[in-house]
Write a protein that binds this ligand. Structure first.
Ligand code: NAP
Ligand code: SF4
Length: 678
């Protein structure tokens, strides 16, 4: 008996039965930019089908050239393309999975010269103004959706999802924000709903009644000039009447200035909007966004907020998510921590997605290596992200592993990161690794700093001793008001009311967030999130937006860096904007182009453009980067003993958990093997 009875209840459509209520949501992976793209995609989806998810929705395929997200983007508009799709559908069906193709016309978000929209109003995130569609364009485009759907059926897909949210073409027709037409396709609500309804109707007509059609509705637009809750309900009813089998929940347009899936968004923050959709229609509704555990999914279904639950990133993090949950082993799930660092941030920078906590995601073929023929004794020193990944993977490969950690617990820098508001999700990663260490029988030596002699018996030694905070050479740095970010985040020191932060890398920003967060605890409850970002849970006004409210700033904070120009340019592409906006709302000041003078009782003395300034501060937090901690590696080297160096100990600059975990995993595959993964 599964502990998640609502999640594992089948859903029967008569012509098709879903094994459970878990759907893998659509995500464009950019795997097509790697070698062997078709094999990679087929394998990627097949692993998830094998992992027990009931239905997979592919990344978006445009129904025509105008709707491409970018030149060369995914498109399905001709029978010539069916072979590559059959490869994917067969791979999924081989594991008794089901797969639907998403049809996505990018509308005014299309980064192609021929971009079209209901009006020629450009979006704030794409400088190209779309060409206003003629009546003939509209009819042809509806026909293109229908053709793509019928081709999908021919290719063996079990259904299609019509992408009607996130600000793409269908959304654009529905919202006065970018539909200024005065013909049958704009103006009144009925007219604005005509395009989605016609697309749905024509797709149903062309594919028949025994084909799954999911319609993704924007359940809250989060932009000025978006729909009200009542209008969204009318849209959902209209597509239901036109033949949709399922309504999937979309949240926020891409141009919205409200984060929707980042770590700072509380888990299940959008279930209120799923509930509104569910109240509007009779057909099943899917809840989505910021759902990452079976417990959350079960609670949503048990409350009746939705009938299915969609997770996209969590399926990258752990392809076995569904099977583990069904068997009652949610503690074994490698939970998606909503960091976006190795999925969306890579996709947005033109690279293929993978996953911070699971570097094998999207790279399954690279890890198809035969098990190691030798069982080697592997000593890993340092249980931060790099060491943990290496130890666990080496043990999975059959090696006998001992993991040494100087502190009383595993995690290294993750133990600091987890104290930053919104980054509590790192607890899941620590829990996952702790579970794997026990399951795999790794010998864990906590509070232990092995020396050269203690490591002599190992066949392979891996040094993952991490980093030490850099102490900048500023006169007065030893003053009592100077604290390291490490002591602050570890709770060993407290900050006063006036704070200067030296260094504005990822950690300087984390500290600014930590010190400026509202006093009421670390976790951001839903109500606080909605107040801070101006989200109306009743969606009474267009777009579901209200005036944001924020508590008065807790501290006077100044961030400083020596470089000139805007701060935070290296923050995550998909999350940095929200962090910068949050700090701006909390009146955190930023000073670039600084020359540090000295520190005394009055505070931090600096120069900016040759002019001296005093930053009066009670606390000066040092976030000036790190140096690799390589003492043990040097000692081994002096003793003539070779060792592998990974993580921050290998390269402190630009260290992050993505690189650390990837490097640790790949090294472990190489131990005792002829060739490691590429
Ligand atoms: P970092 O990104 O290298 O930034 C170090 C900061 O210290 C820079 O702003 C640098 O700016 C300043 N600095 C360097 N040397 C200095 C010196 N001698 N005196 C004074 N200031 C100095 O390092 P970090 O902030 O410690 O972050 C470490 C890694 O963790 C980074 O790779 C980061 O990406 C990652 N991280 C990521 C996240 C995330 O959310 N993705 C969060 C936290 C950390 P100037 O040289 O211009 O003064
Ligand atoms: Fe989730 Fe981060 Fe992995 Fe993306 S990279 S799937 S957000 S854990």
């Amino acid at each position: 008996m599964t502990p998640f009875p609502h999640l594992f209840r089948p859903l029967d459509f008569g012509f098709m039965r879903l094994a459970n209520r878990l759907l893998m949501g659509s995500m464009h992976t950019r795997l097509e930019t790697l070698d062997r793209p078709n094999q990679r995609l087929a394998r990627f989806y097949a692993e998830r089908a094998k992992g027990g998810v009931a239905l997979i929705v592919t990344g978006g395929f445009s129904p025509n050239e105008e709707g491409l997200l970018e030149p060369g983007g995914p498109i399905l508009n001709s029978a010539d393309q069916l072979a590559e799709h059959r490869h994917i559908t067969r791979a999924v069906h081989a594991h008794a999975g089901k797969i639907a193709l998403q049809i996505l016309h990018a509308g005014r978000y299309a980064k192609v010269a021929a971009a079209v929209g209901p009006s020629s109003i450009a979006s704030p995130i794409n400088s190209r103004a779309p060409r206003r569609m003629t009546l003939a364009d509209i009819q042809r485009t509806i026909e293109d959706y229908a053709l793509t759907a019928s081709l999908a059926r021919e290719a063996g897909y079990d259904g299609v999802e019509i992408m009607g949210s996130e600000g793409y073409l269908i959304n654009e027709f529905t919202a006065p924000r970018c539909n200024d037409r005065d013909d049958d396709w704009g103006g009144s609500l009925d007219n604005r709903l005509r395009f989605p309804t016609e697309v749905m109707r024509r797709v149903r007509q062309r594919t028949g009644d025994d084909f799954l059609v999911i319609f993704r509705v924007s359940s809250i637009d989060l932009v000025e000039g978006g729909l009200t809750g009542a209008e969204i309900a009318a849209l959902a009813r209209a597509v239901e009447a036109a033949g949709a089998n399922i309504i999937n929940q979309g949240i926020g347009w891409h141009e919205a200035r409200v984060p929707t899936i980042a770590q700072r968004v509380p888990r299940a923050a959008w279930s209120f909007a799923a509930r509104l959709l569910k109240a509007a229609v009779q057909i099943p509704v899917v809840a989505s966004n910021r759902l990452n555990t079976p417990e959350l999914a079960e609670a949503i279904l048990a409350r009746g907020d939705a009938d299915l639950v969609s997770m996209a990133r969590p399926m990258l993090a752990d392809p076995e998510f569904a099977n583990k949950a069904r068997q009652g082993h949610s503690e074994k799930i490698n939970v998606c921590i909503a960091c976006n660092q190795a999925c969306l941030d890579l996709i947005f920078s033109g690279r293929a997605a993978t996953c911070l906590v699971n570097p094998k995601a999207g790279r399954e073929l690279d890890f198809d290596l035969p098990p190691s023929t030798q069982r080697r004794r592997v000593g890993v020193v340092g249980a931060g992200p790099a060491g943990l990944a290496c130890a666990v993977t080496a043990a999975e490969r059959g090696h006998q592993v001992t993991l040494f950690e100087a502190e009383r617990g595993i995690g290294g820098q993750l133990n600091l990161a987890r104290n930053v508001p919104g980054k509590e999700e790192f607890d899941e990663t620590l829990r996952y690794f702790a579970t794997r260490i026990t399951e795999l029988g790794i010998a864990l030596r906590l509070g232990c700093r092995p020396d050269v002699a203690a490591l002599a018996a190992f066949d392979d030694i891996v040094i993952a001793t991490g980093v030490s905070p850099r102490i900048p050479d500023i006169p007065g740095i030893e003053h009592g008001k100077c604290v390291s970010y490490v002591d602050l985040l570890a709770g060993r020191q407290r900050a006063g009311e006036r704070v200067a932060i030296i260094g504005a890398g990822g950690i300087g920003f984390d500290i600014a967030e930590y010190l400026s967060a509202p006093a009421a605890g670390m976790a951001t409850p839903d109500s606080h999130f909605r107040a801070e970002w101006g989200v109306d849970a009743k969606i009474l006004r267009p777009g579901g937006l209200l005036e944001p409210t924020a508590p008065p700033p807790r501290r006077h904070i100044v961030m400083l860096q020596r470089k000139s120009g805007r701060m935070g340019r290296r923050l995550g592409l998909s999350t940095g904007w929200a962090l910068r906006l949050t700090l701006a709302k909390r009146n955190v000041a930023q000073l670039s182009g600084v020359t540090y003078g000295h520190i005394d009782d009055a505070g931090l003395h600096i120069e900016v453009e040759g002019r001296p300034q005093l930053i009066a501060a009670d606390t000066i937090v040092i976030c000036a980067g790190q140096e690799p901690a390589r003492g043990l590696h040097q000692a081994l080297k002096s003793a003539g003993r070779g060792a592998h160096l990974i993580g921050g100990a290998e390269r402190a600059a630009e260290l992050d958990a993505v690189r650390a975990i990837d490097q640790g995993t790949r090294l472990a595959y190489g131990l005792g093997a002829q060739d490691g993964p590429q």
